[in-house]
Ligand binder design. Structure first.
Ligand SMILES: [Zn+2]
Ligand SMILES: [Zn+2]
Length: 296
């Protein structure tokens, strides 16, 4: 990251920020903050690694917090999908401990590889950021591609052998809550995270057109999606009321309750087209299947 500095030897982060601001008036405040961070760190691998890890922790636990507060307020009970099963604090703490352990042991080493990998595949970390329309279409594309990846791999994880070996842990909570979004075995984390991290990197390997900032915004969107889907709350203002193909908690909560159907992450189309929707229609199909098996 190269910039011209006003002071001869900037020391603190704000020195770098002020210097960059002075000489790069065309940059917006986020771009200045970004450039100052890389200049201040003097080590791009560390700069990206620390930023990625912190971003993940802050967004993950920060997004879970409002749901944990709602659990304590009786008014919100009316929006809880499985209202009879409220997660206890100790249950949530046990879940958070495993999630944190996985973040530090499984994800942290991989996050450290992210910068070298992104350099190799040509992700950009310079300023200015891409135009917002470029970010928007790329993020929309990643949502669609990740959803397809998630649908097929998650469905495969429900075959008896893989379920027992890998996916059972994630289904420990039949009435999910936000923190349970990343409650999974390391192998599952790696398989499903490929959809979130690997797909954009492969996309960049071909197009040479992806900025790390776009990647961050996509990951933040994906984290919001995953935590909301596990929140156990369905509101009149939930996104699927406005975007009927959006999945949300209404879609994924049933998956945890019934263990079958609704395998996709963000959208409803794969389950609709493949006839794997959970709920009344597929229950009927399942019942018919069971009857057919009995009659054989
Ligand atoms: Zn599952
Ligand atoms: Zn789940």
């Amino acid at each position: 990251m190269n910039s011209t500095f006003a002071s001869s030897s900037p020391v603190t982060y704000s020195d770098y920020f002020n210097d960059i601001s002075q000489y790069n008036v065309h940059l917006n405040v986020f771009e200045r903050a970004w450039a100052a961070w890389y200049a201040y760190m003097q080590n791009d691998v560390l700069a990206t690694g620390i930023m990625s890890f912190m971003m993940h922790e802050i967004v993950y636990f920060g997004r879970c917090l409002p749901f944990m507060i709602m659990d304590k307020i009786p008014y919100f009970r009316r929006y809880k999908i499985q209202g009879q099963k409220m997660p206890t604090l100790s249950e949530q703490w046990a879940c958070a401990k495993l999630v944190l352990l996985s973040h530090f042991t499984v994800e942290l080493p991989q996050i450290w590889l992210f910068h070298p990998m992104s350099q190799y595949f040509g992700l950009s970390s310079t300023v200015p950021f891409p135009h917002w329309t470029t970010m928007a279409w790329q993020i929309a594309l990643f949502f669609v591609l990740e959803d397809a990846w998630h649908y097929w791999l998650h469905r495969a994880l429900h075959t008896p052998r893989l379920y027992k070996m890998i996916h059972k842990l994630h289904h420990q909570y039949s009435a999910p809550f936000g923190l349970a979004a990343e409650y999974a075995s390391p192998l599952e984390t790696m398989i499903l995270a490929f959809g979130s991290v690997g797909i954009p990197i492969v996309f960049c390997a071909f197009t040479k057109n992806l900025h790390i900032m776009t990647m961050y915004l996509w990951i933040i969107g994906r984290l919001f999606q995953a935590i909301d889907a596990h929140s156990g709350y369905e509101f009149p203002w939930s996104l699927h009321h406005f975007l009927p193909f959006w999945a949300g908690a209404d879609h994924h909560d049933v998956h945890h309750e019934k263990f079958l159907g609704n395998y996709s992450s963000s959208f409803r189309w794969w389950d609709a087209v493949m006839g794997t929707e959970a709920g009344s229609a597929s229950d009927k199909k399942l019942r018919e299947k069971k009857v057919a098996v009995k009659e054989e």
